[in-house]
Design a protein. Structure first.
Length: 77
C-alpha cells in the first residue's frame, strides 16, 4: 500500500512575525491530512505544505487560510 503525497507552496502577502508564523503553521496542521507545514527560513513569506490528497486538497487548505483572513496565493501552479 502506498500513500501519495502532494507538495505545494503558498506566498503569504504580508510579513508575519515569528509568533504569527507559528500560529499559522499550527492552524494548517489542524487538518489531519496535512503531513507538513512550515515557512521557508530563506524566504519567510513562503509556506511549504505537504498533504495526503486522498483526504484533503490544495483548494481546501487554501480556503481554510482565507477563512482566517490570510491572503495567500498558490505558487507555481
Amino acid at each position: 500500500m502506498s500513500t501519495d503525497i502532494v507538495n505545494f507552496m503558498l506566498h503569504v502577502d504580508r510579513t508575519l512575525s515569528p509568533a504569527e508564523s507559528v500560529v499559522l503553521e499550527d492552524s494548517v496542521w489542524e487538518d489531519t491530512c496535512v503531513l507538513s507545514a512550515h515557512f521557508s527560513t530563506r524566504a519567510p513569506h513562503l509556506m511549504l505544505i505537504a498533504y495526503d490528497p486522498s483526504c484533503t486538497s490544495m483548494q481546501h487548505i487554501h480556503a481554510n487560510l482565507a477563512e482566517r483572513g490570510i491572503n495567500a496565493q498558490r505558487v507555481g501552479l
